[in-house]
Design a protein around this ligand. Structure first.
Ligand code: ARG
Ligand code: GLU
Length: 709
């Protein structure tokens, strides 16, 4: 039952022919490897870009039309919204080019070509070298490679380590800075199901938005200008209305952010059983407090909704990861793998000599780093990331550093930027909420792990003020950091005054004391242990490749362009339960809750559904497909990546993974792990029938063939 188990992996486009083409064709691919990636001829890679730093987008017209997720475009959509024009709630469709809205700060980066530069990068590196020396040799080499690489003036060069630093690849890229919002569905479609449905299948979210990339008159990247013209990509994606059936070949092309597939059992267990639970409990506390305020006050709700969603996103994912690692026996599997590794090296005297210390050493190092890694997560999660006041203090610290290092004049230059930067912070900030969060997170921070460094200080300070709430009240009553007007007034003063005031502020001094304790007690240990782990992990990676010649190894994700492929298909999360691979509009209506902030839908969608007014977007059964899943190995950063069929045509838009499979960053299991994609037919249906923006379809290349169920 279900789909055939396919090799996991996020593969390097330039090696597809050598490593994957044969398997891909056996799974159904109709293209050749160089249709997907070619450094010379136009290929699919010319249609793919990294969007807004952390997501993926793709070209779907000859005139720079870009498709990505709603949650990837959300910042831009929110920033462009006003009270009169609420694109978040109402959606937006530009009637023509002149109505497209410049999305300040949004960029799109395309890969021109990539090269293996391992030999040059590691030139002069020896096995006996100390890590620092090794790194400085490599840094020099990389600088030299950059100088020697031919590129055009508008292009950039990026070199990244792969396989834990065993290989290096170079990318020539071009980054477009004039990107404009073309359209978005209302959040009731683009975020349908919101946090409740996040990381979960079955899914019914129309998670897409559209932008257009603009270039100068020579079709090159340029800053925003009204004179710019739509970018003409070397390649854009055709769109197929045929859909995919269970078992059909699919591939996902994009920029996955980070995976750690080659760690030891000890390291994975540390994440799943020690670090994840700690981070989850800290975020849980913060989220509960925020939720309490959001339920009482709609104004707070709007202010905190994006922040809440972003904290909740990882919070939920880590829980899925913990659960998945345990349920699907990741630790046992890693142990078996290590036993096999050990057996193989023991049968080979050469290997045994070189590799026998690797696993014991990694186990020991991970045991040594554990208390410090935990302290780091406590500190970062409770005193920097989810605690806005402390996060702001840590940002201020870098300003004060600037002052101390570069003097008042330099600081004065930064003053305006600083004020502007803070206005974004205060827009999503309410002191009363943050005061409660501060109290809660201070309390949770004082755990056994932290007693001997910062925890003691927090506990004693709280005791002086009658507890954690007393401490929070004292700080919020006496600090100016939580209050925008007070901060702006201060930032209008002379640098010396700003410096002195901030340095004495009780919120700042509180954070600074903690940070100093962290820097004195935790950081040095991490700084001595982490490079040792990196070194042995690098050896372990190289050894795995040598010892398991019968396996193919893809490099862990590192925000560079990758292709992953597999088959569309459902899965069995537990005994007797089978999840089908496709959802449809009937399912949206099953979940519909009138007036609910997660499950409401536009009236017009209900009408279209009642009338079965699906046009040419329905499948052969007359249903309106919404989302589907497949065994493509994806991670964060693949949001917005195109899902392509065997002919390289767009059939969906990647936006999430299933609950049972979120462990795939550490332990991909093709029987359970599925990526979630919006069906492109739903996207076109929403644009055309709901948005009334069918003119946008004119510039797309839409292919219709035999319809499938
Ligand atoms: N889980 C997806 C990702 O990691 C979607 C996140 C956005 N959606 C949400 N409900 N927060 O980015
Ligand atoms: N939602 C994720 C993102 O924004 C993609 C889902 C995943 O992590 O696989 O990149």
């Amino acid at each position: 039952m279900g789909c055939q188990v396919v090799a996991q992996g996020m593969w390097l486009p330039m090696h597809l022919e050598k490593q994957n083409e044969k398997e891909m064709k056996s799974l159904g691919l109709k293209l050749d490897a160089d249709d997907i990636y070619s450094p010379v001829e136009p290929s699919l890679k010319d249609a793919i870009c990294q969007f807004a730093g952390g997501c993926t987008g793709e070209m779907i017209s000859a005139e720079g039309l870009l498709l990505t997720n709603h949650h990837c475009g959300f910042d831009a959509i929110q920033n462009l919204s006003t009270l009169e024009h609420n694109y978040v709630d109402d959606g937006f469709w530009a009637k023509d080019r002149s109505a497209e809205l410049p999305a300040k700060g949004v960029i799109a980066t395309f890969v021109i070509r990539m090269e293996d530069v391992t030999a040059l990068a590691l030139n002069g590196v020896t096995e006996s070298m100390a890590e620092n020396d090794r790194q400085s040799v490599i840094d020099k080499n990389l600088a030299q490679i950059k100088v020697n690489t031919k590129k055009n003036a508008w292009e950039d060069i990026l070199i990244r380590p792969f396989y834990n630093g065993n290989q290096y690849y170079l990318f020539v890229t071009q980054t477009f800075k004039d990107v404009r919002l073309v359209g978005t569905p209302p959040s009731s479609i683009g975020k349908f199901g919101a946090d409740t449905d996040n990381w979960v299948w079955p899914r019914h979210t129309g998670d897409f938005s559209m932008f257009r990339v603009y270039a100068n008159k020579d079709n090159r990247p340029a800053e925003y200008s009204p004179a710019n013209q739509p970018y003409q990509p070397r390649k854009f994606l055709e769109i197929s209305l045929n859909g995919v059936s269970e078992g059909d070949f699919t591939m996902v092309y994009g920029f996955p952010g980070r995976t750690d597939e080659y760690l030891t059992e000890a390291a994975v267990r540390q994440t799943g059983e020690i670090l994840d639970p700690a981070k989850v409990s800290i975020r849980e506390r913060a989220l509960k407090i925020m939720d309490g305020f959001m339920r009482k006050d709609p104004e707070v709700k709007i202010t905190y909704i994006a922040k809440y969603a972003s904290i909740a996103n990882s919070w939920k994912k880590w829980q899925g990861e913990m659960l998945g690692l345990r349920t699907y026996k990741a630790y046992d599997k890693k142990q078996e793998y290590e036993a096999e590794f050990t057996k193989r090296i023991e049968n080979n005297p050469d290997w045994n000599l070189r590799y026998k210390n690797i696993l014991p050493r990694l186990r020991q190092l991970h045991a040594e780093i554990q208390p410090y890694a935990l302290a780091r997560d406590y500190y970062l999660e409770a005193m920097v990331r989810n605690n806005d006041l402390m996060g702001l203090a840590s940002q201020l610290n870098s300003w004060l550093d600037t002052y101390e290092k570069n003097g008042a004049n330099f600081f004065a230059n930064k003053q305006k930027d600083a004020t502007a930067g803070l206005s974004g912070f205060y827009k999503e900030y309410r002191p009363a909420v943050d005061q409660a969060v501060f109290a809660g997170l201070s309390e949770i921070f004082v755990q056994d792990v932290n007693k001997d460094w910062g925890g003691k200080f927090v506990q004693e300070t709280a005791a002086k003020h009658g507890g954690y709430e007393g401490l929070a009240k004292y700080i919020f009553d006496n600090s100016i950091l939580p209050y925008e007007a007070k901060m702006n007034a201060l930032l209008a003063e002379k640098p010396d005054k700003i410096y002195e005031t901030l340095k004495a502020d009780p919120a700042f001094t509180f954070w600074k004391t903690l940070n100093d304790a962290y820097v004195a007690n935790i950081q040095p240990k991490l700084q001595s242990l982490q490079p040792q782990i990196n070194l042995v992990q690098r050896e372990y990676m190289a050894a795995q490749i040598k010892v398991f010649k019968d396996r193919r190894f893809f490099p862990d994700a590192n925000s560079t362009l990758r292709l992953t492929y597999g088959k569309a298909g459902g899965y069995a999360p537990r005994d007797a339960v089978w999840y089908q691979y496709q959802t449809d509009l009937d399912g949206v209506m099953e979940k519909y809750i009138p007036g609910d902030y997660e499950f409401d839908v536009p009236q017009k969608l209900i009408e279209l559904w009642k009338n079965k007014d699906y046009g040419r977007y329905a499948n052969a059964k007359g249903e309106m497909p919404v989302a589907f899943i497949g065994a493509n190995h994806t991670t964060g950063g693949n949001s917005g990546s195109p899902a392509l069929n065997a002919n390289g045509q767009l059939v969906g838009l990647n936006f999430d993974r299933v609950w049972e499979g979120t462990m795939s960053d550490l332990n991909y299991d093709a029987t359970i792990c599925r990526n979630i994609m919006v069906d492109v037919r739903y996207i076109l249906f929403i644009i055309d029938k709901l948005g009334g923006a069918n003119y946008l379809l004119n510039e797309m290349k839409i292919v219709e063939g035999k319809k499938r169920k």
